[in-house]
Design a protein around this ligand. Structure first.
Ligand code: NAP
Ligand code: G3P
Length: 489
């Protein structure tokens, strides 16, 4: 029976073979808002048999999709982008209530997703093959030519995190689909309602049935089954390092892209514009209550400069709007109590060990006020752990080399910022930092979405970013043509 995305009792269904279906398990997971505790809806807790059917459906429909000309695929992307823009306010409101993202950032997540879809469609249409002549290599001849194209891998499993359930779903789905793959989307449980609206946009835009199927259910319950499924050809995961490591150990010989945790450092040098640096650091550390993998999560600053920087940070932090994401507060309730307890524990522990409280350390339920800790030492957990909350440690260093050393001692290697007017020192530091990206005179951030985005060490494996993601989820196919000499006997 054809059903809508959700019914009047706000029971959400899953996209399967172009239709919205409920689970035979009869089990539903109720989604409550971290904003006001209200019930937002229920999602299906799918069975393993249903996971099998969802994956089999993609396998059965792959050939049709892979044969579809890329410009036709691209047109579906353009229509999906238009639908998302038409529904931007509606989906943003769901994001606000489901993940407590401030309305401005929620709206930006949806429009950014439409931009990503259009850009991916454009890049897809410019994907050319190549013809390589045998004569280019010693002993080779013109009679031998390799005709190389890029072909899809098969069914891609896309697993996305709670903090960008729309944009970090499409950052996987779009490059996978334009490359000719089919996709199984496993959205975050807290974020699934928003992500299912994305799937609806694809479906309403005319994506052929079975090319995108959704699988909802707790990752801790069905995750292992999905990631080890024999009919998954690629895993594209964004989430915590803990889960990413678990998946990489479990899934074995399967290509994957992992975007994991971070502990991005802002390194401030003695010639930096301190007001500019403070603006960037505050925006980078505290937007969406620091629930961003690329959030600034530590400051490394010469001891001789630290007081002047802290003087500029404090008023800016205290000016941040705290409270309700519906009113565009930057500091909003964290996603759940477990996360809030973890962040509070890091603050308490640092203070016990002698850190100085500059501002904050105030809590109302899961709402933590923006906190700045000074005189944090490398003996403290806050110097190394990823809080994923609105707390920022200041670690005072004696010089640039100590800053690089402490930055590199982190298990993470996502991004770092360097604030200086000296391009030579900026590049010296950038060349010595073990991270995926160094921002010179800017806060750490992923966008724009066509840039390469990668983590090294515990921050990930592989490179996201439109062109890079398409390459990761396709492979070369070579056809070698061997010509005979028509004049030969
Ligand atoms: P998470 O707890 O690791 O969950 C991420 C996704 O994995 C969710 O969809 C989750 O489903 C699923 N999952 C959980 N256990 C699984 C398993 N055993 N097998 C398969 N899937 C499983 O991360 P999160 O709390 O959503 O996001 C916060 C973390 O992600 C932070 O560490 C942050 O740094 C990182 N992150 C990194 C990036 C980046 O681009 N590098 C971007 C955003 C977030 P359920 O929701 O059902 O548990
Ligand atoms: O944590 C999500 C990660 O992708 C950060 O994105 O654009 O906020 O830097 P952005």
């Amino acid at each position: 029976m054809f059903r809508k995305l959700c019914n009047d009792r706000k029971v959400y269904h899953n996209l399967y073979d172009g239709e919205w279906v409920s689970s035979e398990s009869g089990e539903l997971i109720e989604i409550f808002s971290p904003v006001d505790g209200s019930s937002l809806g229920k999602i299906q807790s799918m069975t393993r048999d249903e996971v099998d059917r969802a994956i089999r459906s993609t396998k059965n429909n792959l050939e049709t999709w892979a044969q579809m000309p890329i410009f036709e695929r691209a047109n579906i992307f353009y229509r999906t982008a238009d639908i998302l823009e038409e529904q931007a306010e509606h989906i943003a409101k769901i994001l606000v209530m489901e993940i407590a993202k401030d309305h401005k950032s929620a709206l930006s997540e949806v429009t950014r997703t439409a931009d990503l879809l259009r850009y991916t469609a454009d890049v897809g249409k410019s994907m050319e093959g190549e013809a390589i002549s045998g004569e280019n290599f010693p002993g080779g001849t013109r009679s031998k030519m390799s005709y190389v194209t890029r072909v899809p891998l098969g069914t891609v499993l896309a697993i996305s995190p709670f903090n960008y359930p729309v944009n970090l779903s499409v950052s996987k789905i779009a490059p996978a689909l334009i490359g000719g793959n089919a996709v199984i989307l496993k959205p975050p449980t807290q974020g699934a309602l928003s992500a299912l609206h994305l799937a609806q946009a694809f479906n309403n835009a005319g994506l052929p049935k079975g090319i995108l199927n959704t699988v909802t259910g707790r990752g801790s319950e069905i995750g292992d089954y999905i990631v080890t499924h024999p009919d998954i050809q690629f895993i594209n995961f964004t989430g915590s390092t803990q889960v990413g490591r678990h998946i990489s150990q479990l899934a074995g010989m399967i290509p994957m892209l992992l975007e994991l945790g971070g502990k991005d450092a802002a390194i401030v040098l003695d010639d930096a514009d301190l007001d500019f640096a403070a603006e960037n650091i505050v925006a980078g550390a505290y937007s969406y209550s620091g629930q961003r993998c690329t959030a600034v999560k530590r400051i490394l600053v010469p001891d001789t400069l630290a007081d002047r920087l802290v003087e500029r940070l404090k008023p800016r932090i205290e000016a941040l709007e705290v409270g309700d994401p519906r009113e565009d507060s930057v500091i909003v309730p964290l996603i759940d109590q477990k996360s809030a307890d973890f962040v509070q524990g890091l603050v308490d522990s640092a203070l016990r060990q002698g850190a100085t409280l500059v501002t904050g350390n105030r809590r109302e339920g899961n709402l933590l006020y923006p906190t700045l800790l000074d005189h944090v030492t490398t003996e403290m957990d806050i110097a190394w752990e990823e809080p994923f909350g609105p707390v920022l440690p200041v670690i005072r260093v004696k010089d640039l080399d100590e800053a690089i050393d402490i930055a590199n001692r982190s298990e993470y290697g996502l991004q770092s910022s360097v604030f200086t007017r000296d391009i030579n020192r900026a590049f010296y530091i950038a060349n010595h930092l073990e991270v995926g990206t160094v921002q010179i005179n800017n806060k750490t951030e992923r966008g724009p979405d066509h840039f390469p985005f990668l983590g090294v060490k515990a921050s990930g494996m592989g490179t996201q970013g439109v062109k890079y993601s398409i390459e990761a989820m396709t492979r070369p196919k070579a056809v070698v043509i061997n010509l005979a000499d028509p004049k030969a006997e």
